[in-house]
Design a protein around this ligand. Sequence first.
Ligand SMILES: O=C(O)c1ccccc1NCC(=O)[C@H](O)[C@H](O)COP(=O)(O)O
Length: 220
Amino acid sequence: MRQIPRVKICCISSVAEARLAVAHGASALGLVGKMPSGPGVITDDLIAEIAQQVPPPISTFLLTSETSAASIIEHHQKVNTTTIQMVDALSEGTYRQIRAQLPAVKLVQVIHVIDERTVEEAIEIAQHVDALLLDSGNPNLQVKELGGTGRVHNWELSRKIRESISIPLFLAGGIRAENVREAIETVEPFGLDLCSSVRSNGQLDEQKLATFFEAVFASK
Ligand SMILES: O=C(O)c1ccccc1NCC(=O)[C@H](O)[C@H](O)COP(=O)(O)O
């Protein structure tokens, strides 16, 4: 029997939204720090406030666009989440340095799925982090797109990555009630991550959230 994936609701922008997402079944919440583009950014003060109010065992993910180990550590120290989600590639320093400074914090690296080369990249990075999150951004654009696109990527590549690594994998990018069953059947991810499809006018929409969770449970 297939496992029902965990669900991470991203772009949480208030304590009330955090409570709503958890009440509907979210096991993790995404809190988006400063980004070059995207709809879900909130201040570090608000990230810290929400993270402080979320009870265990719910995980809080700081989404950071920082790319050096030192600046990632510094960003996390301002907000104190359970987990760091790095939405861009690490360009200076090492994951080991981040772990040494923040031993209790889980590290999740986002990989933007573009083509076959992404599979090799994912296999290499999986050796250093606690989970991978496969998304549909494009870090090669002049103004980087690092998430919250509402677009689906090639799930066959995501499946290949899932089969090639031994750490948990979250699937993101354009996941919604209408395609979640296919996403689960195609990739069999540990977790699902979504932002755009459960929002209306920028706010978390309770009806969309309920419909999404119904679709997840119906996929069993
Ligand atoms: O939403 C943003 O503003 C954002 C910007 C840059 C990186 C990540 C961002 N969002 C957080 C996420 O991780 C989303 O949940 C993920 O990209 C999926 O988004 P969607 O395709 O809208 O479901």
